[in-house]
Ligand binder design. Sequence first.
Ligand code: HAM
Length: 417
Amino acid sequence: MSQKLQVVRGAHDLIGSTVKRYRYVVEKSRELAAAYGFEEIKTPIFEPTAVFSRTLGDASDIVTKEMYTFADKGGDFLSLRPEGTAGAMRAFIELGLQRQLPVKWFYEGPMFRYERPQKGRYRQFYQIGAELLGPEGGDADVELISLAQNLLEALGVSDKARLEINSIGDKESRDVYRTRLVEYYKHHETGLSEDSRRRLALNPLRILDSKNENDIKINENAPSLFDSLNESSRTQFEKIQKTLSDLGIPFAINRNLVRGLDYYSHLVFEFRTNALGAQDAILSGGRYDGLCEMMGGAHTPAVGWAAGIERLSLLMLEDPLPLKPVSLIPAGEAAERECTRLAHEFRRRGFAIDLSYSGNMSNRMKKAVARGARAAIIIGDQELANKVVTLKMLDTGTQSQVSQKDLPAKLAELFGK
Ligand code: HAM
């Protein structure tokens, strides 16, 4: 017997409500990003593996455990993109855009991570993201957060999200801190989880956001990164806090927020929620001033964020407003033909028209209601003879006769065009 064909674990088909929400999130964010001056970029969904392994960190979960990597027929190692920032930076360098700074990019599309699937965590998931290349840290960081905040408001989910920010400083500050931190953990090494002991040599900062109970206790007395920030890192972070307050964007400082990717410096931030269980990050990002150089380009300050579309969709209470079409309902063969003709004509004019393909009058009316139609146009032999249609409003039930020649104007009125 042949094996049942089914979707890959952790991937999903988007249909019905899911695809409506997906499209709404993408359309809203694309519109808002454009208003902030961001242009859309589409990079390939696969890249040479080195684009990610060199930039996200040898010790990061993504590179060590989660990448879909394969050799193609030519023997080149490729990876399905686990995130969008490294690919965008690869494109920036390759296309020689250094002289066009600032570069402001918006993107949306699928990302791939071999994670353990659960609610809000998938192996193929979708992100929207924004990257701003060029300006030094400060107002540009706040511009990115302002875009994120406005987007969450536009989607009606901002009351379920809280903004947490931290500074991990520049490289100099982090090197000083790393030494202090390793010294502290060495004294507590036996109490640390296995994962954290492994991280101690590779990326000790990541121990700070461990969810393991013993690690959390040990972290309570760990030295604070904040105390190791040098003067310029501190000033930059203070300026960002002041501007956020000036704009009325609420935030909290979370000293343990370090983020999982190696390319970050200075500001890191996350909009988190309590509504999705363990998957609490809905929109995350930060500054990555060193990434361009890491990839062989010139020094280029940059800041950005990405958000999981599935997580945003799960937070949305309702589906976006449906199209609310007008349903054409024929009674009799001649009326069927007339409805087909009218549907063609009105759709060409841009009106949303629903056709029920079969069934008696009452059946077709029920289908029109189920599809959320705002009105039904009923055509029978009588209407055909008198060159009129019967228009029934589905919310109030009121019925009226409209002459065929007045129908386009009536539809324009109904659709507010
Ligand atoms: P990230 O934190 O790895 O950052 O992912 C960003 C967002 O993608 C998360 O906050 C979450 O909403 C969503 N996400 C991540 N993994 C999954 C998953 N397995 N299933 C569903 N949703 C997920 C980045 O990707 C960086 N590139 C963000 C960035 C842009 N930093 C600077 N610029």
